[in-house]
Ligand binder design. Sequence first.
Ligand code: FE
Length: 426
Amino acid sequence: MARIIGAIATSHTPTIGFALDANKQQDPAWKPIFDAYAPIQRWIAERQPDVLLIVYNDHITSFFFDHYSTFAVGVDDRYEVADEGGGARGVPPVAGHAALSRHIVQSLMTDEFDMSTFRDKPLDHGCFSPLSVLRPDTAAPVTIVPLQIGVLQFPIPTAARCYKLGQALRTAIESYPEDLKVALVATGGLSHQVHGERCGFNNTAWDERFLDLIEKDPVALTRLTHADYARLGGMEGSEVIMWLVVRGALSASVRCVHRSYYLPSMTAIATAVYENEAAPLEPPAAAEHRTRIGEQLRGTEALEGTYPYTLERSAKGYRLNRFLHTLIDPAARAAFHADEAGAYALAGLSAEEADLVRARDWRGLIHYGAIFFLLEKLAAVTGFSNLDIYAGMRGQTVAEFQTTRNQQVTYSVAAGGDKPHKEMPL
Ligand code: FE
């Protein structure tokens, strides 16, 4: 069974990564930062977590306002460091524990937290800045699960909601059947404001109070509004509500084994380590929870020819679906028409994937992990109708399939209405 061994809390200012990359370890202005991380590094070395679940926010690097998520779990097996404008830092990618991520998402959804998922996105300083100092030995075999909280475009989740998410996260982790030692990592803050005339605002007295409360009375912090956090710790400092996600996943009383505070420039840099004193979920309770997770789709396996598009299918079919999705772009369509084999190679499709697309093998594509709604795009691009796909998936000709419909109409998602369509090659 997976268990939560404790939590690390840390600011995630870009200065931390900068100081590391610029070898400022002995510079008097920067040294206190590194000194603060030494006990955390020792704790990680001693306790050897298998997974770091990192609660962070993206700073409009990989997530933009075209689609802004509140709670987004990374479900990838590898994460690159993002380029935030001046070129990406020379930090190696880190492995993701995709199976644990999927379980966490399924568990949180079961507990009525409507989670988003992401993959194929690099992580910015919110994650990698602390991560690179937490683990100076990058060869250490640790994997991560990133949990991105959208705290930059209001409305954002309340502090209370973050705390409740943490409580559900505890069950999610502790019900994972594999033996894993999980350490949670809270990032963000403390007091700072980086925009407007109030920029440069700090409040050390509040920061110290916050560090006391997060340890001893986190529920008091759940009563504060976003305006309270902004007034006390600066507008951007209100990202500390992310610490409540981590705190909610720990026991009511925790043992603080490390705490530091340093205010070098714009953002108060705090670090802390909390040891969990909770009794882990008993195996029967964990099994019962997993049964509950499976409840919504239980029975679909008995529905013939039915393949729910789960996170597992999504992971397997991702490369193929990503390629099919490019076909909504006219330039990609033109390139596909000019050189299909070249388009497959450019997308990195495997021989099996390319064969399925080349053959317009609608049934095979579904079995492999393509989602239907991308098949209708491929059909539109290649001159087939939706009816061709339906017939093909059922192993029929279009004429045969049409006899099962009330009206014998033909259509597709292509613009231009009733275009003649090709006969499905069977
Ligand atoms: Fe931040």
